[in-house]
Design a protein around this ligand. Structure first.
Ligand code: HSE
Length: 440
């Protein structure tokens, strides 16, 4: 049988990886897919560089629409990125009856509802394994492997850049700005790292996981997003002394009131496997009611790891494209007519526990006042750590750090308590608040 024909839009890092892995493993991939998979046309603005990557036998053009218009092409891979031209091209490819494979998390997290609806109406597949956690097959696990379960929650380290930065801060006791510069020099962080360090990239990914875990529409605009830019070396050190590590987590959780969807730095017990995921690696814990906790670990970015996910989608489409569309795995795991309308909860309704650090005057009665406010708010304290003033502010210091770990409480209640503590004249700096997740 003739190989299925693939057109590739954008041949940068992931595109070249896809081309190379497909060529290197073509015999085995064919034995799995049931027929060959061939990238026969590539569109890239830099035609000369692209032609050098794919060799003379593959047609290279600078116009993506020429790929979409080619009746020989069955599947279009979109590796351009962003929401602009990439969205237009994906919609045009769907309208032309092509199946689409994309690694574009931003596009799907923001415009997924429109894109999946168009694909469903046209009877084509839009596959996006590479959009979440690179080479880790987490979409496959959520959509298929865990399909028996009522998924309760997901917590993931799904941004390698920030995990690298946090690992370095902990290992070397350095502050955020110093490590970011080092990460940029080593190529672990982009020249403009905003999406990574502000948590936006992780929010795109957790939004997609939330949709397929709970059968809700993609709702990136409702995600709570907080990055790692305000984290200090002191908090990482204190967390360590209390038996915790700080990680940027993407969390989505089912509650009786709705779905939590949030990205923020979190304290997690150092003894959890996921707490020991270091450097640029990714890991996702999924809790299902039947299976309990499962953990997925691997490279979340990079040329061939991401290509591994792109090609898995190509194989799935090759196996399924002649099947009745109703028999395919739905884009968001649940059939479109069976989607849930569970709301995404606002952050003030989220229930979690907290790490608080207060820089206070080292005077009699300060601890009592602070803990009195916490108790009056009905918040239960789990642990308190007070450092020696000399250790915190140098010899003769009159200031110290007070660290409080709480049990679960509503974020709205915690906000009120923090405002009252902040107003005390003996609380000398803005209070640091980091959420704590036991992931038990
Ligand atoms: N920039 C991402 C990361 C990889 O640092 O993990 C692509 O999503």
């Amino acid at each position: 049988m003739k190989s299925i024909q693939v057109g590739l839009l954008g041949i940068g890092t992931v595109g070249s990886g896809t081309f190379n892995v497909l060529r290197r493993n073509q015999a085995e991939i064919k034995r799995r897919a049931g027929r060959g998979i061939e990238i026969s046309m590539v569109a890239d603005l830099d035609v000369t560089r692209a032609q050098a990557v794919v060799g003379p036998d593959v047609k290279v053009v600078n116009d993506a629409r020429a790929v979409i218009a080619n009746p020989e092409i069955d599947i279009v891979i979109e590796l351009i990125g962003g929401y602009g031209i990439a969205k237009q091209l994906v919609m045009e490819a769907i309208a032309a009856g092509k199946h689409v494979v994309t690694a574009n998390k931003a596009l799907l997290a923001v415009h997924g509802t429109e894109i999946f609806a168009a694909a469903h109406a046209k009877g084509v597949m839009v596959a996006f394994e590479a959009a979440v956690a690179g080479g880790i097959p987490i979409i496959k696990a959520l959509r298929e492997g865990l399909t028996a379960n009522s998924i309760q929650w997901i917590a993931g380290i799904i941004n390698g850049t920030t995990n690298f930065i946090l690992s370095e801060m902990r290992d070397k006791g350095l502050d955020f700005a110093t490590v970011l510069k080092e990460a940029q020099k080593l190529g672990y962080a982009e020249a403009d790292p905003t999406f990574d360090i502000e948590g936006v990239d992780a929010a795109h990914k957790v939004t997609l996981m939330s949709a397929i875990a709970f059968g809700i529409p993609v709702q990136f605009d409702k995600a709570y997003i907080e990055g790692i830019t305000k984290l200090g070396a002191a908090d990482i050190k204190y967390a360590e002394q209390l038996g915790y590590r700080i990680k940027l987590l993407g969390i989505t959780k089912r509650t009786s009131k709705g779905i939590e969807l949030r990205v923020h730095p979190s304290l997690i017990p150092a003894k959890r496997l996921i707490a020991n995921v270091e450097g640029a690696m990714n890991a996702v814990v999924v809790n299902g009611d039947a299976v309990g906790n499962t953990l997925y670990y691997g490279k979340g970015a990079g040329s061939e790891p991401t290509a591994s996910a792109v090609i898995a989608d190509l194989v799935d489409i090759t196996r399924l494209h002649t099947a009745d569309a109703a028999q395919r795995v739905p884009h968001l795991a649940f059939h479109p007519e069976s989607m849930s309308d569970l709301p995404i909860l606002s952050m003030s309704e989220v229930v979690t526990s907290y790490y608080l650090r207060l820089r206070v005057a080292d005077q009699a009665g300060v601890l009592a006042k602070v803990t009195g406010i916490v108790a009056d708010a009905g918040i239960s304290i789990d642990a308190v750590l007070q450092r020696e003033a000399d250790e915190v502010g140098g010899e003769g210091s009159t200031q110290t750090d007070l660290i409080i770990l709480t049990h679960d409480t509503r974020e709205g209640t915690m906000n009120q308590a923090i405002a009252l503590m902040q107003a005390l004249p003996t609380v000398l700096e803005p209070i640091t608040r980091i959420r704590k997740e036991e992931l038990a």
